[in-house]
Design a protein around this ligand. Structure first.
Ligand SMILES: C[S@@+](CC[C@H](N)C(=O)[O-])C[C@H]1O[C@@H](n2cnc3c(N)ncnc32)[C@H](O)[C@@H]1O
Length: 235
């Protein structure tokens, strides 16, 4: 790995992930995790202070970036819950099926080479009735912003460590066999191509329903607070 990937990029990623808006998202979702928790793409561990010691037995954080895991170590030591950091890919998790009560993923599915596979892996390792909490930016609802996302994708991917701007996170989670229990989708900042944010929780669908059931409906409530929805894609 070069100087950029080893030294510059980890700092940039950490800085970008420390905005006030993202902090509020972490405060909102991370305390919801419970039991044995798996965090995908734990990065420099910015979620670790927000786990609730009364609800969480242990957090296992996986990431493919050694420099970011190194930065996570002091946060793991100071976290209110026991933390294990493991260098592994979310696309090929080194855990047996049904080993976690919660999976957390924030701003990481955008960077993974094969996020659908990571979502399928998350489903595999979640116990029945377990919860996935996610906060991810992705595909904008309006055509104009999507045009910018498509245009900027190759450049952005190159400078950001692999991040894609226009992934349809809810569709991907549903395709992996999750049922979305809560979903909010809205612009969280002024840079529209970067800030359309999906946050929510999801549950593994029973296997017999998930297999090829294209017409499955979500229960609970889907909130869409986004502007300029043109309903150009299925939520
Ligand atoms: C923008 S950072 C977000 C880090 C952290 N989740 C947060 O909210 O601050 C994206 C992270 O995804 C990680 N990542 C990318 N591909 C991955 C994969 N296949 N498996 C695990 N982590 C991955 C990157 O190394 C990076 O740490």
């Amino acid at each position: 790995m070069g100087f950029w990937a080893n030294h510059v990029l980890p700092r940039l990623i950490e800085k970008a992930c420390r905005s006030r808006t993202i902090l509020a998202e972490r405060r909102r979702w991370i305390p919801r995790a419970h039991g044995d928790v798996l965090e995908l793409g734990v990065g420099s561990g910015l979620n670790l202070p927000f786990y609730d010691a009364a609800r969480v037995a242990k957090v296992t954080g996986v990431d493919i970036s050694r420099p970011l895991l190194r930065r996570a170590r002091p946060r793991a030591e100071q976290a209110p819950v026991p933390v294990d950091l493991i260098e592994a890919s979310a696309e090929e998790l080194p855990f047996v099926a049904s080993s976690f009560d919660s999976v957390v993923v924030t701003y990481s599915l955008c960077s993974m080479e094969d996020p659908s596979r990571a979502a399928a892996e998350a489903r595999r390792v979640l116990r029945p009735g377990g919860d996935l909490m996610f906060v991810e930016h992705g595909r904008a609802p309006d055509r104009g912003t999507r045009w910018w996302q498509r245009l900027l994708n190759p450049f952005w991917k190159h400078v950001s460590g692999g991040c894609r701007l226009d992934r349809d996170m809810p569709a991907m989670l549903r395709a992996a066999g999750f049922e979305l229990a809560e979903l909010t989708a809205s612009y969280s900042g002024t840079v529209r191509w970067l800030s359309f944010t999906y946050e929510g929780s999801a549950r593994p669908q029973p296997r017999e329903l998930a297999a090829g059931d294209a017409g499955a409906h979500d229960h609970g409530h889907d909130h869409h607070h986004g502007h300029d929805h043109d309903h150009g894609h299925a939520h």
